[in-house]
Design a protein around this ligand. Structure first.
Ligand code: HEM
Length: 260
């Protein structure tokens, strides 16, 4: 195929309404020109990062809206917006695996071009790390009614699957999806540069383990652990084995009729 001709078509002319509205001219100029790529996989590497940065922008903007809607206790709206955020998170995790189609050698060539950059410098990731604190404050003011209600009531003694419960679960889902991203990202690191390698900042990649243990909303995880202790009663001790119920014997099959 004629590469130059097709690359020209890929860029478009930027004149049609679709191109003008979506600013495709600038968008498609955000990647290196073909002749500047160190290998074909570098385009994929840039695009995956750029797309993920856009999903994080959408998530962060949606979380701003969620905070406003929580403040007004528009719970149905909050749940719809959280669904959007969770879907972005799922896509972010799934899309990481695209980079597993890149060979370790191709990545080593790309890596030489990255200076000492780190994903910890990502504006999207940094803002997402900051927001949960504010979301939790709004949740406790509105749904825990400034301390009048407790998570124990919502999850256990007064459990009614109400909006306070549903929104708490949406926050827990956000937390869980964040961990899933971090876990998948760690697997990607192992796949690309190996276990116990050093980052471009010269730090062992195991520093990311700390983030993998981090919980944004520890109270939402603690409430379950407390329930397990309470409901378990003898938690920590060996339980009696279940005794299987006597299974009634199947009735003997009727003998097939003989045609004779
Ligand atoms: C081959 C692919 C990738 C490799 C080898 C890789 C490697 C790394 C390494 C070594 C670090 C730690 C850097 C440090 O010392 O500060 C890191 C952090 C990070 N990377 Fe990647 N990365 C890859 C792809 C991606 C992609 C596609 C994203 C998309 C957003 C991403 C987002 C991040 C983020 C957010 C952090 C900070 C994580 C945290 O603090 O928990 N990385 N990455």
């Amino acid at each position: 195929m004629n590469r130059t001709e097709y690359q020209k078509i890929m860029r478009g002319a930027g004149q049609l309404d679709y191109e003008i509205y979506l600013n495709t001219e600038r968008l498609l100029a955000c990647q290196k020109e073909p002749e500047d790529l160190c290998n074909p996989d570098e385009l994929q590497f840039m695009i995956v990062h750029q797309v993920e940065e856009l999903w994080m922008k959408l998530m962060a903007t949606t979380l701003l809206d969620i905070d406003d809607e929580m403040a007004a206790r528009n719970s149905f709206k909050v749940l719809t917006l959280f669904r959007r955020v969770h879907m972005c998170q799922e896509m972010m995790t799934t899309q990481l695996t695209l980079l597993e189609t890149m060979s370790p050698k191709d990545y080593q060539e790309i890596r030489l071009r990255l200076g000492n950059g780190s994903g910890q410098e990502s504006p999207g990731f940094r803002v997402l790390l900051k927001m949960p604190k504010d979301l939790w404050r709004t949740y406790t003011e509105v749904y825990l009614e400034g301390g009048e209600r407790t998570l124990e009531q919502i999850y256990d003694s007064e459990y009614s699957h109400d909006d306070a419960y549903m929104i708490a679960e949406a926050l827990a889902e956000f937390d869980e999806q964040f961990q899933k991203f971090r876990n998948a990202h760690m697997q990607l690191i192992y796949r690309s540069i190996g276990v116990a390698a050093n980052s471009l900042k010269g730090r062992p990649v195991e520093i990311l383990n700390e983030g993998m243990r981090q919980k944004f909303f520890p109270d939402l995880w603690q409430v379950r652990a407390d329930m397990t202790d309470r409901w378990g009663g003898t938690y920590g001790k060996t339980r009696d084995k279940l005794t299987p119920k006597a299974v009634p014997k199947a009735a003997p099959k009727a003998a097939p009729k003989s045609d004779a």
